[in-house]
Write a protein that binds this ligand. Structure first.
Ligand SMILES: [Fe+2]
Length: 277
């Protein structure tokens, strides 16, 4: 059935239609306090923080490789792209239909770490040093690393619903990493609901996995419609280029609407499992 998801991002109301069956959970807390990847952080209660991710030219090399990947995906779809002048933030000027965007996403969805110009293990080591736990980029249950480009055109519903990755078993004991690549700012950056990893399930109204449809797209993660406190009040931590947003997979995040008028947002998402000791 159709519902309207109403939420606030930095106090600004936002609504979109979601299709799905929604239910309140049991009185249980899924976030494990003991020996959690955030346990040693003084920001564990907030559930997220912005940290430095890259040094020297590392960020620009990664950004440039993503630009190349997207240009290749455009060319593969018959879009006439001038390699020397194309800017990621102008993506929406070339990709003007949902169908074409989906075709591009189908390519960028299946990339591997080796397609990008950056050292994922160095990043895992850096964040592990910050958190005080050893991290790896290898996801045992999936037998691969996770790397995903997210592209959101202005004035579009190129978004995930508000959700928690931790509902999926392979994302329970990881740290989420969100990296701004281009066009990420106070109007487009990933929203989070602070402290929401500490909400028990009976305070969350959600769908099952693969149970929510927005704008015709089915999402893997359950959609969270509201909490016991009412509509979700999200904020945008807005990390700068070269920085990363780290957060627990149980933090409610998503609904990253791009409210820029004429700038496409491109970000990169990684997930680093904690090495079992
Ligand atoms: Fe997510």
């Amino acid at each position: 059935m159709h519902k309207i998801c109403s939420l606030y991002i930095d106090n600004q109301p936002f609504q979109f239609k979601v299709e799905g069956d929604f239910f309140w959970g049991k009185p249980e807390l899924l976030y494990v306090n003991k020996d959690n990847v955030l346990s040693k952080m003084d920001w564990e209660t907030e559930g997220f923080n912005v940290v430095k991710a890259f040094e020297g030219d590392e960020f620009f090399r990664l950004q440039n490789s993503i630009r190349t990947i997207i240009i290749d995906a455009l060319i593969e779809n018959g879009v006439d792209t001038d390699v020397s002048t194309f800017k990621l933030k102008d993506y929406h000027k070339f990709v003007t239909t949902k169908e074409l965007h989906n075709n591009v996403i189908n390519i960028t969805r299946n990339l591997e770490v080796s397609d990008f110009d950056f050292d994922i293990d160095l990043l895992a080591k850096r964040f592990g040093d910050i958190l005080g736990y050893e991290l790896t980029s290898w996801v045992e249950e999936l037998q691969k690393s996770h790397i995903q480009i997210r592209i959101s055109r202005p004035n579009s519903l190129d978004i995930n619903p508000p959700h928690r990755d931790g509902y999926l078993s392979y994302w329970e004991d990881i740290v989420n990493v969100w990296l701004p690549i281009e066009g990420c700012n106070e109007k487009s950056s990933l929203p989070v609901l602070p402290e929401s990893h500490l909400l028990p399930e009976n305070e969350i109204l959600r769908t099952e996995s693969k149970g929510a449809k927005i704008n015709g797209n089915v999402y893997y993660v359950p959609c969270i419609l509201e909490t016991k406190a009412g509509p979700i009040q999200m904020i945008r931590p807005n990390p700068k280029e070269g920085e990363a947003l780290l957060f627990t997979p149980f933090l409610i995040h998503g609904a990253a609407v791009n409210q820029n008028e004429d700038v496409t947002r491109v970000s990169l998402e990684l997930r680093f499992p904690k090495v079992k000791s």
